[in-house]
Ligand binder design. Sequence first.
Ligand code: HSE
Length: 406
Amino acid sequence: MINIAVLGYGTVGSGVVEVINTNHKSINKKAGDEINIKYVLDLRDFPDDPVQEKIVHDFNIILNDPEIKIIAEVMGGVEPAYTFTKNALLAGKSVCTSNKELVAKHGAELLQIARDKNVNYLFEASCGGGIPIIRPLNSSLTADEIDEIAGILNGTTNYMLTKMAEEGSEYSDVLKEAQEKGYAERNPEADVEGHDACRKIAILSSLAFGRHVDFEDIYTEGITKISAADFKYAKVMNRAIKLLGFSKKVGTSFYAMVAPMMVSPSDPLYSVNDVFNAIFVHGNVLGDAMFYGRGAGKLPTASAVVADIVDEAKHLNRNIMSFWSSKKLELADVGESHRRFFVRVKGNIEEEKAHVEDVFGGVKYVQVPGLDGEFGFITGIITEGEYKEKADKLGSVISMIRMRNL
Ligand code: HSE
């Protein structure tokens, strides 16, 4: 029997207990031993729930119990999760987690401690919820040099953007609806400002490129400025607007960014809608691959946590190598990355054309019937730095959305 503890009996923690109870027999078979939940740590009591007999309020009971070999940390947040995880690994226990804040901030250090102690720190649930992506990057795509990752990594914002596209609604209305349905938090900042996607692309890039990508180095824009009018232009251009987290190796430089982008129908990310997530990966020998599924929610996330528990049960006292070293990856200046930009400007197209072309050179105009006093255009391929300079010079920009596909 392998005894485990679950830290946190919130949405994901209760999901982990439910998954282990529901699929107990098959999970035990796959783990090669019986998985027994000995403790569940939570500040609260749950008198009407059978879990109550396993509830403890003091982490030291778990830390000091030599029978506990695996800990699932599903508390979220950096502290006390960081201290608990570090101490557990130092005590020779394996830890798995859904905690993207912690993995993005301290993943490199915690992985090193796990290596030194010959145990494991696994975090399949931290990116893409139930979608297997960490294990494929770590263990399956080992023949490749990954040169690009692009993902729809946040279910809340993908739900909101899908609604805006389908219903023509404004941002504030879909946010309200998403909050009422429980898809968006009352304080939605982490999702809508792109911080959640930023941490996830930092984790995926660190694994793919083998060096630590600091999430604080990643240029991040959210969806708060996307409007119903932007979707009218997107419709005319036959594009979807998606919040993407992406990183790319260009020559010897690495770029990373989180931003809303115009995505064309030929792109596999185009048709990823509602709360679904998808991660597109390009390998130098594999070519394109995409991982798709439920990126959030109690049971999909718990499914990934329990899969890590099974993996850790199969590798007790044996570290599963990971490619993420503590050495920092210096990202290139995002201002030097090249792309096309979709720009909305004030004014009449006939009157402004000469000025637009004087500043931006050849562009492709986009007009939405009925949308007066403004027009749009798609630039040629220029750098982010050049775009900023030209937009300032033009002086009449309403908004800009980057084009993912040339
Ligand atoms: N708030 C996150 C999302 C939860 O919407 O994707 C899963 O990480």
